[in-house]
Ligand binder design. Structure first.
Ligand SMILES: Nc1ncnc2c1ncn2[C@@H]1O[C@H](COP(=O)(O)OP(=O)(O)OP(=O)(O)O)[C@@H](O)[C@H]1O
Length: 259
């Protein structure tokens, strides 16, 4: 299946230097996949997202986006100018004007119906994330890109948000590319996990990544047992990419089981 977005040997340097933020990253996401990028702070997750979206220059390598690809993007940070009052309804019409019916429909789909008249500054963190998701869905995206969408939410809020993401994927067939630190819940919701630390350390199904030595080295050996509690049970098959190692991993993986 043709990937929606693909990178080959993607390399990014810190602005104005030759110091790599990301080196030789091969990445792809296919239709209807949920892929989560994990990694420590500063490992290049947001940079990868921005480069894949074409918001950041590459030092070398290439990014290919499928022609006509519609992307709904929920950025990591949204700067709200609290001096300028803005209702949810108006926010949903930025940058593309939508009808009242379309706006309310998007709010219903993301579980926050009737919030249109509310000021953005009067929303809870969870409501705001759902409004951001509603706005992203209004683009009728083939691919939803979410950069740490559950920041500031409590654990039930995080679980509910990821359930919503899975529901959106089920309803729309959109692929989902996420960055997250909420490892346990994310791993449950993802088809494939990419573990990043300046390069791709390991990649595969959540079950595979959770037992990979590279992942455990980054997140601690205790992570494995806990993750087992959260294993995502599929009732369907996916065309999964097998485990792939990035350059610089420096270990023998000839006997490693895939996926
Ligand atoms: N505009 C910038 N100018 C200089 N350095 C930057 C810039 N943006 C990011 N970096 C650096 O690039 C590296 C990767 O940052 P990035 O935000 O991609 O990491 P991240 O994995 O998303 O981190 P976090 O989990 O903390 O959000 C970091 O060392 C960061 O300091």
């Amino acid at each position: 299946m043709t990937p929606l977005i693909e990178s080959r040997a993607l390399t990014i340097h810190r602005p104005g230097t030759t110091e790599p933020v990301l080196a030789q990253v091969d990445f792809r996401i296919r239709p209807a996949e949920i892929v989560t990028v994990v990694g420590p702070n500063g490992s290049g997750k947001s940079s990868l997202i921005r480069a894949l979206l074409g918001h950041m220059p590459l030092a070398s390598g290439a990014v290919t986006r499928r022609q006509g690809l519609r992307i709904g993007y929920v950025p990591q940070r949204v700067q709200l100018d609290t001096a300028i009052p803005m209702t949810v309804r108006r926010f949903l019409s930025l940058p593309v004007r939508v009808s009242d019916v379309q706006a309310e429909d998007a709010l219903v789909r993301t579980g926050v119906p009737g919030l249109g008249a509310r000021q953005l500054t009067q929303l809870s963190g969870g409501q705001f994330q759902r409004v951001l998701l509603a706005r992203a869905l209004l683009a009728d995206p083939h691919l939803l890109v979410l950069d740490e969408p559950t920041q500031g939410l409590d654990q039930p809020g995080i679980v509910a948000f990821y359930q919503l993401i899975e529901e959106v994927r089920r309803q729309t067939g959109a692929a989902v590319l996420m960055v997250s630190h909420d490892l346990l819940v994310v791993m449950r919701s993802s088809d494939r996990v990419v573990c990043l630390n300046g390069h791709v350390c390991c990649e595969g199904t959540p079950q595979h990544v959770s037992t990979a030595p590279e992942y455990r080295a980054l997140f601690g050996a205790g992570a494995e047992g806990t993750l087992a509690l959260y294993q995502h049970r599929h009732d369907h098959d996916h065309d999964l990419t097998p485990h792939v190692h990035g350059p610089g991993c420096g270990h023998d993986h000839a006997d490693r089981a895939q996926g």
